[in-house]
Design a protein around this ligand. Structure first.
Ligand code: HEM
Length: 475
């Protein structure tokens, strides 16, 4: 069966790179209200064919549904029709939804322990994660289209009786994504979005060096080493071309990050006399790439912006000792590539989990002394076929670098320096930079992580046929 591009929401397959985005949340007070709203929205959703790579139509609109949203839409009745043994309320073998999608994001799996990070403080305290039934994401590049799209969605939601849940307060603009002056960069000054899995969307057997689509799309049969679910044959077909998306609202403390670089850079200077800029080298060591995007394994001591898009590197041959790219750096902890996983970890993770990363920067660029206190950060959207085996697993590895024997003997267990949940450890692990003489520079990290969690919600981005079937099921 040929792959149906028109059935997949475009954002799953392709990044947007639009200068503005709205990220809106809604609750359905009744099945009828939710269905009326989504029936209006359905023809406005952008499939993967809606925007060929060199065109930029607008607006682009995408829909995510939470487990509570699916329940509110009466999905239970549909699933019972498909499989009479099904029970939506509980986790059972007949339930096509995995438990982590049913129970909502929680502290243990995310490491959001710090007082300002815990779920009770999320969404600015304006609503609870369980109140979110749907998210609508709108991308545009011209102001009138952007404003009109917002007006249309809001007025339609209101006329259907669907409630908007706005972390910025009723009547305020929704969460708004933007771009920095250098459009490839995120706050902290790094180019982002370089490394993405090179997915073979069309073929059942992926081409050489391509990533199997079943890591991201539901509803395809495959080996158990690949997460694609659900496994029950009839629900498999019902959810084909849907994907799970973890939406994570992350606030970045840019002044604290830059201060940390300034304060800690002298610790590197003696060990790297050939480095032109120890402060920038430290920034590169934290992430594994220079702020230009160039990876440390290819540009170890000094930046080389000509390598900004270079991603065809591995760690084992080039840097098995972590001398170029520290083991705990953000990109090595979130994708260790060919670095061997420990035997125990390999039992449950035969392959390194992968994520497709979408999202948008929010808040204005930091101007020292001018807008220090403004909130800024990233709306991360992480696409996968299993929230537990991909998104949560990677977060766990970032929070606790214990997935490979290279970390053995380090106590406390190291963490991703950019993001690690340092509050979870009684002792704060330093950031370790291994040196050729067998020693290491251990850089103390501030107690407060540079990135704070302000809300996380799990969505199913339904394939468009899936959505049609949900909407057509009898009320
Ligand atoms: C504010 C928070 C974050 C910032 C500023 C950030 C920044 C970055 C940067 C600069 C890169 C390198 C550029 C690239 O390879 O595209 C990167 C890569 C990556 N990040 Fe993050 N990130 C953040 C949060 C996260 C989270 C929460 C996850 C996981 C759930 C994550 C997973 C990844 C992955 C998988 C890569 C690619 C690694 C590779 O394949 O080499 N990031 N991130």
């Amino acid at each position: 069966m040929p792959f149906d591009w028109a059935d997949v929401q475009g954002i799953v397959v392709r990044g947007n790179n639009y200068p503005r985005s709205w990220h809106m949340f809604f609750s359905f007070p009744s099945e009828a209200a939710g269905k009326e709203f989504l029936t209006w929205l359905r023809p406005r959703l952008s499939s993967a064919t809606a925007f060929p790579p060199d065109e930029k139509p607008e607006p682009l609109t995408y829909l995510g549904l939470t487990h509570n949203g699916l329940r509110a839409l009466g999905t239970e009745a549909l699933l019972k029709k498909v499989n009479p043994a099904f029970s939506l309320a509980g986790v059972s073998i007949h339930n096509p939804f995995p438990s982590e999608f049913i129970v909502e994001p929680e502290v243990r799996s995310l490491g959001d322990f710090a007082p300002g990070d815990v779920p009770s403080t999320w969404w600015n305290g304006k609503f609870k994660t369980e109140d979110i039934h749907a998210a609508v994401h709108i991308y545009a590049h011209s102001e009138p289209v952007f404003a009109q799209a917002l007006k249309d969605v809001r007025s339609r939601a209101a006329s259907c009786g669907v409630l908007e849940r706005n972390p910025r307060g009723d009547g305020q603009p929704p969460l708004e994504g933007c771009m920095l002056a250098d459009q490839r960069k995120v706050h902290f000054g790094y180019v982002d979005g370089v490394a993405q899995p090179d997915v073979d969307w069309e073929n059942e057997v992926p081409g050489p060096r391509k990533v199997d689509r079943r890591h991201f799309l539901l509803g395809y049969t495959g080996p158990t080493s690949i997460p694609s679910s659900p496994s029950f044959a009839r629900t498999k077909e019902l959810f084909r071309n849907s994907a799970y998306v973890a939406f994570r609202w992350m606030s970045q403390d840019v002044p604290a990050f830059e201060k940390f670089l300034t304060d800690s850079a002298p610790l590197l200077a003696a060990a790297y006399p050939a480095a032109a800029d120890p402060r920038e080298l430290l920034a590169a060591k934290l992430v594994g790439r220079w702020r230009s995007g160039a990876p440390l394994v290819a540009a170890p001591l000094n930046d080389d912006p000509s390598l900004a898009s270079f991603d065809a590197f591995r760690y084992q041959g080039a840097d098995a000792q972590g001398l170029l790219c520290p083991f705990s750096s953000h990109i090595r902890a979130s994708n260790p590539r060919d670095q061997p996983l420990s035997d125990l970890v390999r039992l449950s993770n035969p392959e390194v989990p992968r994520l497709i990363r979408r999202g948008a920067v929010y808040g204005s660029e930091w101007r020292p002394g001018v807008n220090d206190d403004e909130d800024r950060g990233l709306f991360g959207m992480f696409v996968c076929a299993s929230l537990e085996r991909q998104f949560q697993q990677i977060i766990r590895w970032m929070n606790k670098n214990d997935f490979s024997d290279v970390f053995n003997g380090q106590s406390p267990v190291p963490q991703d320096p950019l993001f690690g949940a340092r509050g979870s450890e009684p002792q704060r692990p330093p950031f370790r930079i291994p040196l050729p003489n067998g020693q290491a520079i251990d850089i103390p990290l501030p107690d407060k992580p540079f990135v704070r969690s302000r809300g996380t919600a799990y969505f199913l981005f339904p394939g468009l046929t899936t959505l049609d079937r949900l909407l057509l099921s009898a009320t």
